[in-house]
Design a protein around this ligand. Structure first.
Ligand SMILES: C[S@@+](CC[C@H](N)C(=O)[O-])C[C@H]1O[C@@H](n2cnc3c(N)ncnc32)[C@H](O)[C@@H]1O
Length: 298
């Protein structure tokens, strides 16, 4: 099923948007689509270009699902990477993207790829059960509350074929830098802290994923912490990623009551970005709490 044919309409996408898509705090406009795609490229640099962890045997991976796929950028890149590695069985690969909202699904995509609307917190239709050799998830911290993780993991594990893998890349909450952050930066980071406390942002999502993978009976569960950036390229990617993350701050300033209007929130975000940039120009750089959890259904 691999190939370069581009399809203009997702053939199997459904258009009913689950009613539960209510509390997701990020926008789904053109700017957010660009932000997610840029974030993907920076993430790859930060993680040493490992889209799929080296311990996962790529020749055994035939059916791939990306949950909370957003713009489908990971799926597109994974498909490109895997075209160079034939499957052991000689069969072509299939790629399925699922998201609670279709708003950022790609307008065109290659043959063998489908996008469907589905809420990860609801069981997937049985036609998808036991189908996938690799299920991937990334950056769902803003979408999940602590109690959701158990349900999400249960639903994901149902998708796996025997011997199938799951890889979940996500953030631990927090801000760290290569040296002590200056006071003015710590003050704005504190605003984000207050927001996260008020809205119950999960403090250690990768830890919770690890725990639930084990509870669901996955084997070989390992949590990898990416090492601090050690090259100019990775440091530049870390700074750019941190600035991208600041793009979500308007909502935070509004929610914690520091800004009264959207305009004011955007101005505050602009100042926050300038402060970060100033210190980055003086040699400060962030160490991002990005972690990757892997497990296998046996
Ligand atoms: C920050 S974006 C990350 C997108 C993509 N995984 C990436 O790394 O580029 C989070 C995505 O998760 C989706 N999402 C949020 N809650 C979801 C849910 N309950 N079920 C499925 N998708 C969800 C959002 O619509 C959004 O597209």
């Amino acid at each position: 099923m691999e190939g370069n044919t581009m399809l203009a309409t997702p053939p199997n996408s459904t258009i009913d948007v689950p009613k539960k898509d209510k509390s997701y705090p990020l926008p789904r406009d053109a700017a957010e689509t660009k932000r997610l795609n840029d974030q993907h490229s920076l993430f790859k640099i930060y993680c040493g270009q490992n889209l799929i962890h080296p311990s996962i045997p790529k020749e055994k991976i035939q059916n791939i699902a990306d949950i909370g796929t957003g713009t489908g950028i990971w799926l597109k890149d994974a498909a490109e990477l895997l075209t160079t590695i034939p499957t052991e069985s000689g069969n072509g690969r299939s790629y399925s993207g699922f998201d609670i909202s279709p708003l950022q699904f790609p307008k065109v995509h290659q043959k063998g790829m489908q996008f469907s609307v589905h809420d990860l917190l609801e069981p997937f239709p049985v036609e998808y059960h036991g189908k996938y050799d690799l299920v991937h998830l990334r950056f769902l911290l803003a979408a999940l509350k602590e109690d959701d993780v158990k349900i999400a993991v249960k639903n994901i594990v149902a998708l796996l074929r025997p011997n199938g893998y799951v890889q979940w890349d996500d953030l631990r909450y927090g801000f760290a830098y290569n040296r002590k952050a200056p006071d003015e930066l710590r003050a704005s980071d504190q605003v984000a802290e207050d927001f996260s406390a008020k809205f119950g942002v999960i403090r250690n999502l990768p830890g919770l994923i690890t725990e639930n993978f084990k509870k669901e009976g996955l084997q070989g569960v390992i949590k990898y912490e990416h090492p601090p950036p050690d090259t100019e390229e990775k440091i530049a990617a870390a700074k750019a990623l941190r600035l991208e993350m600041a793009a979500v701050m308007p909502r935070v300033f509004l929610e914690v009551g520091l800004a009264k209007t959207e305009e004011e929130a955007k101005e505050m975000t602009g100042r926050n970005v300038m402060t970060l940039q100033k210190h980055f120009d003086q040699g400060l750089y962030p160490i991002l709490p990005l972690e990757r959890v892997i497990g296998q259904k046996v």
